[in-house]
Design a protein around this ligand. Sequence first.
Ligand code: NAD
Ligand code: DAU
Length: 342
Amino acid sequence: MKNILVTGGAGFIGSAFVRRMVEKYPEYNLIVLDKLTYAGNLDNLLPVHDEPNYRFERGDIAHRETVERVLEAYEVDTIVNFAAETHVDRSILEPDAFIHTDVVGVYILLDAARRLGVNRLHLVSTDEVYGSISEGFFREGDPLEPNSPYAASKAGGEMMARAYHVTYGLHTTVTRGSNTFGPYQYPEKIAPFFITEAIDNRPLPLYGDGMQVRDWLYVDDHCDAIDAVLHQGAPGEIYNVGGEHELHNIEVTRFILGALDRPESLIRYVADRPGHDRRYALTNDKIRADLGWTPQHTFEEAMRATVRWYQQNEWWWRKIKTGEYLEYYKAQYAGRLAGAQE
Ligand code: NAD
Ligand code: DAU
């Protein structure tokens, strides 16, 4: 590995990965290809802006000529794909972009990688491809039963990666990460959304009864797992990446309110997400046994650090919460909050 193309590297997890890799491996070149959608943000990459082993290219992973030009120009030998439309609620409102990027975009990357002789392609996927599980834990061989347009599009990308490995022998790997949180996360996902709303003493719209369960993974742990798979993962393999910390949404909400010293009266119970998965849970047995990776951060310590980061970095999120963000907020929450219960 020498020249690593990080697609979607201006988003939340991709930028964390680039910031870590640029510092940890000065012998690698990290090239980011990102379309800079509403979720892409060059502020996330400011800490590495002047590093000699970092480059940025703006472009769409679903645009074949762009992808091929970048692969050739930088003699890319490894692709790590973070680029995706990632928000379940947006996929319910408008699925088109999800098919474009998460399915067609992944296909274009795989096909360009095959034709230009790229050594390996890692696909960052999600535990949502499994669907919901009421008890026990998902394993890598379990059937995929995705329930949202987002989850289905990610499963589609995974299936193409599988086909390119089996049919053409491309060295592909996949990670299925759980709910990831940390600094620089776009404030539409529950953690950064509730943190920034609570800072401003605004209502927190909790869907349904707030008793849905998610497994929480700190962003640095997620990046370290991808690093481990890149260096030691076997071709064609899939690895679960869980935080080993399940919480009900109401517990996450209360933790955030406590960390900010805000009252629980900010919580509003609002109309549920259609098709809402009740519980995600997965086992790390495989990645632990094969690659020796386990999460290193506790939820409590990492979420407190995350809350502090949003308190100390209003410059980063206040300018996001304008324009298109407010239109989305209105479409997603205005009706819900009008009919809310405390
Ligand atoms: P994000 O929404 O913060 O960032 C996505 C990035 O992809 C943005 O920079 C955006 O500009 C870019 N992008 C979108 N469409 C593109 C296209 N067509 N071409 C090039 N770039 C494009 O996402 P995130 O939360 O950092 O997630 C990164 C990856 O991790 C995604 O593949 C997601 O499915 C997966 N994942 C996320 C989580 C989570 O909890 N956030 C958990 C598991 C897996
Ligand atoms: O599990 C991994 C997935 O985690 C990633 O693949 C996705 O990209 C990421 O968005 C996340 O999906 P979720 O749908 O679980 O995350 P979100 O933050 O949107 O919601 C977390 C839970 O909180 C979910 O049960 C819905 C609930 N929720 C969310 C929002 C935004 C609310 O109750 N109110 C809200 O306003």
